[in-house]
Design a protein around this ligand. Structure first.
Ligand SMILES: NC(=O)c1ccc[n+]([C@@H]2O[C@H](COP(=O)([O-])OP(=O)(O)OC[C@H]3O[C@@H](n4cnc5c(N)ncnc54)[C@H](OP(=O)(O)O)[C@@H]3O)[C@@H](O)[C@H]2O)c1
Length: 336
């Protein structure tokens, strides 16, 4: 087994009891290098909420995230049609009332520009509805979910800036924005003295599009954090799915058999690396994303998954392992 402290001396240092935190872009917020995604929390149709896992599992996933150093959760008004925000808000508030001295977990949520939303006031209404579901007074990180038309993304960035100016939002983010859109949003906000803290995009060992389309470089240049969604390729990178054991429900069709067929050599490399740290392939996938200077937000349905994902923050890949993963996934650079 590799000596973790030799790989990164700041980890597992008994004198360093504070959990790791990094700034979210140039905002005032400090987040753990891994967050927990909550699309699954209330997501029955795609994820099987209520069939393969329950509210008790999600309560345990929340507690395990916090216990293992995670301090932020990603949700959206559309996840489970608001159910994800309700479940998350309940856990954040009850955990805070049980431990009033510990800092409140941070919540990132999102506004969805539905085609029938045509006026800036709809963002304000959606934001207020999110606040109500989350049972809180302001949103820590509010993101525009997609740069969807008919309204331009600039229109929604302007509306979001208004909400930040009124103190309803602590940090401003976007999601699924291209390099050009990120630059433009950054400039627009900068003119108003507001920081664009993050761009949340799909990024994993199986989806390296942002390395070739300019998004990663642009965010780095502008000091905008990249939040990586789908960091485990919806569970594929955990190593538990194989061509003869595809993921359940809708994912079976989404991750066509071709992608599953190409998976075993990569999973075998990840498992070899993981075994040197007594870790899991999922932790290898998350570590690779952290080493690319991004913030992965793996979705978790249970305490076991949340703890496993958080444990990725306690060790780091050696350079040769990082390079081997880069080489093994070069074919995914253009995207999925
Ligand atoms: N901005 C956007 O457009 C956008 C889009 C998608 C997602 N997101 C956000 O990003 C988050 C993460 O993406 P995602 O949830 O789609 O995909 P993901 O994080 O790549 O995969 C999550 C799934 O992987 C499995 N899993 C998680 N941890 C595991 C572990 N340690 N061991 C084994 N299996 C594990 C679980 O499913 P099974 O156990 O069923 O396999 C879990 O539901 C979402 O929850 C959401 O907050 C944002």
């Amino acid at each position: 087994m590799r000596n973790i402290n030799a790989v990164n001396p700041s980890f597992n240092n008994p004198t360093e009891s504070k959990p790791r935190r990094v700034p979210l872009g140039r905002s005032d917020l400090e987040v753990s290098p891994v967050g927990t995604g909550t699309w699954q929390w209330g997501g029955a149709f795609y994820w099987g909420y209520g069939r393969s896992y329950t509210d008790e599992d999600l309560a345990a996933a929340y507690a395990a995230s916090i216990e293992n150093g995670i301090n932020w959760f990603d949700t959206a008004e559309i996840y489970g049609r608001g159910k994800s925000e309700i479940i998350l808000g309940k856990h954040v508030n009850s955990s805070n009332s049980n431990n009033p001295d510990s800092p409140k977990a941070l919540i990132a949520t999102k506004f969805f520009p539905y085609p029938w939303r045509l006026h800036k006031s709809t963002l304000r209404r959606a934001l207020k509805a999110s606040l109500q579901r989350l049972n809180t007074e302001s949103i820590d990180i509010y993101q525009i979910h997609f740069p969807f038309r008919p309204r331009s993304f600039q229109y929604w960035v302007d509306a979001l800036a208004g909400a930040a100016e009124d103190g309803l939002v602590k940090a401003v983010g976007v999601s699924n924005f291209s390099a050009e859109q990120t630059k433009c949003a950054h400039e627009m906000l900068d003119r108003k003295g507001i920081v664009l803290a993050a761009n949340q995009v799909g990024y994993s060992l199986l989806n390296r599009k942002i390395e070739s389309n300019g998004v990663l470089e642009t965010c780095r240049d502008l000091d905008v954090s990249v939040i990586s969604y789908g960091p485990l390729a919806e569970g594929l990178l955990s190593g538990k799915y194989r061509p003869d054991n595809p993921p359940p429900f809708m994912r079976k069709w989404r991750w066509a058999r071709k992608r599953l067929k190409m998976l075993p050599p990569l999973i075998s490399l990840m498992s070899d690396i993981a075994s040197a740290y007594d870790a899991s392939p999922s932790q290898v996938a998350l570590n690779w994303l952290m080493q690319k200077d991004t913030l992965p937000i793996p979705g978790a349905k249970s305490a076991m998954q949340a703890k496993d994902n958080a444990t990725a923050m306690t060790w780091s890949l050696a350079n040769d392992e990082f390079e081997a993963l880069n080489m093994a996934t070069e074919q995914y650079l253009p995207g999925r």
